[in-house]
Design a protein around this ligand. Structure first.
Ligand SMILES: Nc1ncnc2c1ncn2[C@@H]1O[C@H](COP(=O)(O)OP(=O)(O)O)[C@@H](O)[C@H]1O
Ligand SMILES: [Mg+2]
Length: 495
């Protein structure tokens, strides 16, 4: 049987960077191919070449037996290829039906509104999409909006669907539903390219995987017999599942002292952290994690209690004052609060320091000093980009997070509050983040590591606390961890 899609020797360069360096990819009808690779390995680039969003420097594409070249997304769609975007291109004020009709040439002419509505109901039923044509997009949760994109593809009889990290913003139940939808699409004979970092999803739904590393195919495997560790090793070319070196240094003086702290939906809570220690905070999302992180960072008002940093009270200090006092903060949502995507790497790295020597000369930014410092941070924190003048928004998630880490850690903060710092990162980048947390601890800082990934909290925390209903349900040293107790604490709800 001929492949539905054959990509051969695809090359795409950006300046001196070879984002795709001779990549081959085949997809057959009725299969799900997992496209894996670390952030920045070239997965999205390959899909953009396929979908005609950018032109290759070399290589050839054959789709359904016909050569596809010099095409744009419109031609790709006409040929039967659909890309489900990470950020959906939907008009929120319009209904599902109206969004489906947008930009669909036959709709409204050859196809009447009522006919399309019937088809939406039928396909929604058949594939388990649970979409009503007359509901406004604004009233739908994220997971359901994504299915409108899938529905569009199905109604237009696409043969190949590209899903680029479709699960990164979904709740666990929505992920399960999406995987079921993909299985149904497969059974209807669609070819699917599924990009994700999450190994359990890959193992659950893919028929085989193709792994990219630094723009080249690093390996291919059928899913039978593949396991999480072997796939992760193929992605990074080294073992990222080996235990972290986490023997704690003797803990030093108290650096962060939280007493009877109360804020909206948080507390009262008491915590004391010493230099040279990581306090891992586990718990189910939505149990005060964001409240704790933002209250410590100075972004939410304190109702009562006290926060002391290195002996100085900062309970009601502004965020800027806290930074001055030695507090660093990595928010969970780096895309909107930690990083300015329209600014360069260098500008993002200097966000907190631009008013200081040696970067400021008489109130003006010293551009050369700024750039030099940026280049040195890029080297130290392994930020991979063409130059320090590259826009932060054009980088992969892992590299964006490395900018935030470089900025927050380079100044050796007394205390770091990290909230979900590995969100959306691949195994290699996740490992990098965890190693940096440990290095910071070993240099004498105190770290609060808040994450709903229990595995990570247990891997880095010298002590582990569980947040439930905005309060500390329990706290143990790592040596005393008992999973049953942790599970019970996690399910506790403060009255
Ligand atoms: N428009 C662009 N300009 C410059 N560099 C880019 C551009 N798009 C991607 N890159 C670079 O190409 C490499 C591959 O990126 P990408 O395909 O997005 O990786 P992935 O999807 O695997 O995370 C990265 O180093 C990225 O920074
Ligand atoms: Mg990508």
């Amino acid at each position: 049987m001929a492949a539905l899609l054959e990509m051969r020797g695809m090359v795409k360069t950006y300046g001196s960077l070879r984002a795709n360096d001779g990549v081959d990819l085949d997809v057959f009808a009725g299969e799900i191919v997992g496209l894996l690779g670390e952030n920045g390995s070239g997965k999205s680039t390959l899909m953009k070449l396929l979908f005609g969003m950018t032109e290759p420097d070399a290589g050839g594409i054959v789709f359904k037996g016909r050569e596809l070249s010099g095409h744009r997304p419109r031609e790709a769609m006409a040929a039967g290829i659909v890309m489900i975007h990470q950020h959906f291109m939907l008009v929120e004020a319009m209904t599902v039906l109206e969004n489906i009709m947008l930009g669909w040439e036959e709709a409204g002419k050859l196809l009447r509104r009522g006919t399309i509505a019937d088809r939406i109901r039928e396909a929604s039923e058949r594939l388990g999409l649970d979409l009503d044509p007359d509901v406004r997009v604004a009233d739908l949760p994220l997971g359901r909006r994504q299915r409108i994109e899938i529905l569009k593809a199905v109604l237009r009889d696409a043969d190949l669907l590209i899903l680029d990290e479709p699960t990164s913003n979904l709740a666990p139940s929505e992920i399960n539903e999406l995987l079921n939808i993909l299985r149904r699409l497969r059974s209807e004979g669609k070819g699917i390219v599924f990009i994700t970092h999450k190994m359990p999803e890959v193992i659950e739904v893919c028929d085989r995987v193709v792994v990219l590393r630094a723009g080249k195919v690093a390996g291919k495997a059928g899913i039978a017999g593949a396991d999480k560790a072997s796939l992760a090793a193929m992605m990074v070319g080294r073992d990222v599942t080996a235990p972290l070196s986490v023997e704690p240094k003797a803990a030093g003086a108290v650096r962060l002292d939280i007493r009877a702290l109360k804020a909206q939906d948080l507390g009262p809570l008491d915590l004391r952290l010493r230099g040279g220690e990581i306090l891992g905070i586990a718990g189910v999302d939505g149990n005060g994690q964001l409240e704790l992180a933002e209250t410590l960072a100075g972004l939410r008002p304190v109702e009562s209690g006290a926060i002391t940093l290195d002996g100085a009270e900062i309970t009601h200090a502004t965020a800027a004052r806290r930074t001055e006092a030695g507090l660093a903060y990595m928010p969970a949502d780096r895309s909107t609060t930690a990083l300015v995507k329209s600014m360069t790497i260098a500008e993002n790295l200097m966000l907190r320091d631009s008013h200081r020597q040696p970067f400021s000369k008489g109130g003006l930014l010293d551009r050369e000093a700024t750039r030099k410092e940026a280049r040195s941070l890029m080297e130290r924190f392994d930020i991979r980009a063409p130059s320090e003048q590259t826009l932060a928004g054009s980088l992969s998630g892992g590299n964006q997070q490395k900018i935030v880490i470089a900025r927050e850690l380079a100044r050796q903060p007394a205390v770091l509050v990290a909230h979900q710092p590995t969100w959306g990162l691949d195994p290699g980048a996740t490992r990098f983040v965890l190693e940096r947390m440990i290095a910071l601890r070993d240099a004498g800082s105190a770290v609060i590591y808040i994450s709903s990934e229990l595995e990570e909290v247990l891997a880095v925390g010298d002590r582990i606390a569980v947040l439930a209903g905005g309060r500390i349900a329990g706290l143990v040293s790592r040596a005393e961890v008992d999973m049953t107790r942790i599970g019970l604490w996690m399910s506790e709800r403060a009255a």
